[in-house]
Design a protein around this ligand. Structure first.
Ligand SMILES: Nc1nc2c(ncn2[C@@H]2O[C@H](COP(=O)(O)OP(=O)(O)O)[C@@H](O)[C@H]2O)c(=O)[nH]1
Ligand code: SF4
Ligand SMILES: [Mg+2]
Length: 404
């Protein structure tokens, strides 16, 4: 699961025996995927998280199982779709200048899903990529082709450098994200006040990820992070000589925090920062007011991106549905979709989609889940913006994001 802002998920694709596992092993510097001279040895996708200089932490996914022509029919099926939905970039491993309908279908799928990829022409110790191979791949799919040797004796450092460089060149246009959660929202030396409830729903002994990420971002931006529970907000404001430049609150406290923070101080929520960061804020801005258009029998889909967070479960399954019914005054049909399970067949049947904070998934995963709804004209929003809207402080909570 993606947990930090630059953590990329990279799928390694290619036919059996092309050297997918060998490439991953070489990059990882240790045996994480099974390598065998027998075609089809690896059966389950193996994920390996590693640090690649220049790219930061990445997870490489060995996609054995969709790796031969027999599986070609499956390329557009749920399994490969699931992997494609999870990745930010792909590496296609091929050999012997062999570009069949298998490789072409793969590359076509990546182009359709706007996934940047590069082609490793592996086993270059035996045969290098011909100019025809290069011309076809660069001409038709705008991807680069690199002669590669994934034998254990190959130089790991230069292999890593080659791949990191090529991925970096391929990535920026499609994985463009704001570099920080607080990008454009604070200056060095600013105090940022973070309001985090510690109630029965808070995880034992720790803070939740968006809170931790925001603290880290304040520090990265040379600011002063002040973290308080809602009960200490007033005390802090009374005692500080310098007012905070920004207040970030848990969305559930929007209503009460709005009342104690002077209008001159910008106020927003952790989930709104996340939405800005992951690039779907614009869609949420357009989609949120659709809450007021909901009527009897309208179907609302709540999407929570992971299945193990009790805190979020309560918000998505109890609080938001209850408040939505109260706010609209209409009986609504509210459904919950948990984890990364397949989307409903008819996405256009919904009047609104409410996505969770998506803190545990990548921007790409989030985009891939929301895109079918957006394409079908279904308004989308997220938990925090929905709560702000229903509490009547939506304008204030999103203002900062619109300005910057
Ligand atoms: N000569 C040569 N053999 C390689 C290279 N990369 C992998 N192999 C061999 O090709 C076979 C299949 O590799 P493997 O990584 O299991 O392929 P996968 O099925 O795509 O995961 C193994 O015997 C590897 O040792 C390479 O660059 N050169
Ligand atoms: S349900 Fe969503 S917001 Fe909650 S922890 Fe999981 S990914 Fe994050
Ligand atoms: Mg393998």
């Amino acid at each position: 699961m993606k947990t930090d802002r630059h953590h990329l998920h990279i799928g390694v694709f290619g036919r059996r025996n092309a050297g997918k596992s060998s490439v991953i092993n070489l990059l990882a510097g240790q045996d994480v995927a099974i390598v065998s001279a027998m075609p089809g040895t690896t059966t389950d996708p193996v994920r390996k998280r590693m640090e690649i200089f220049g790219l930061g932490p990445v997870t490489l996914i060995d996609t054995a199982g969709i790796d031969d022509e027999g599986a070609l029919g499956q390329l557009r099926t749920a399994k490969s779709r699931q992997i494609i939905d999870q990745i930010d970039a792909a590496i296609v491993v091929m050999t012997d200048n062999r570009i069949t309908v298998f490789e072409e279908t793969l590359m076509q799928s990546f182009c359709e899903a706007s996934i940047p990829f590069l082609v490793l022409h592996n086993k270059a110790d035996r045969q290098k990529a011909t100019s025809e191979t290069r011309a076809l791949i660069t001409g038709k799919y705008a991807a680069s082709v690199i002669d590669f040797t994934a034998l254990p004796t190959a130089d790991r450092e230069s292999a890593v450098q080659t791949i990191a460089g090529a991925l970096q060149a391929a990535l920026p246009s499609s994985v463009a994200r704001r570099p920080s959660l607080l990008d454009g929202l604070m200056q060095p030396g600013d105090i940022v006040l973070l309001v985090t409830p510690i109630d029965s729903e808070a995880p034992e002994g720790r803070l939740i990820l968006p809170q931790v990420q925001t603290i880290r971002d304040v520090l990265d931006n040379h600011g002063i992070a002040v973290v308080v529970k809602e009960t200490e907000v007033a005390t802090f404001l009374q005692t500080t000589a310098k007012p905070p430049a920004l207040v970030v609150t848990d969305s559930q406290l929007f209503g009460s925090i709005d009342k104690v923070i002077p209008r001159t101080i910008p106020l927003t929520g952790f989930s709104i920062l996340l939405a800005r960061h992951k690039g779907d804020f614009e869609y949420y801005l357009k989609g949120t007011p659709a809450i007021s258009l909901l009527r009897t029998g309208d179907r609302v889909l709540i999407m929570e991106s992971c299945t193990h967070q009790n805190t979020c479960e309560d918000i998505g399954r109890v609080k938001i549905p209850n408040r939505l019914r109260q706010f609209t005054g209409y009986p609504l049909k509210i459904e919950v979709l948990s984890g990364l399970s397949p989307l409903p067949a008819d996405v256009s049947a919904y009047a609104l989609v409410i996505q969770c904070g998506a803190c545990m998934i990548t921007a790409r995963q989030l985009h891939n889940r929301l895109h079918p709804f957006i394409a079908a004209g279904v308004p989308v929003t997220n938990y925090g913006m929905t709560i702000a809207y229903m509490q009547g402080i939506y304008e204030r909570a999103v203002e900062l994001g619109i300005r910057n």
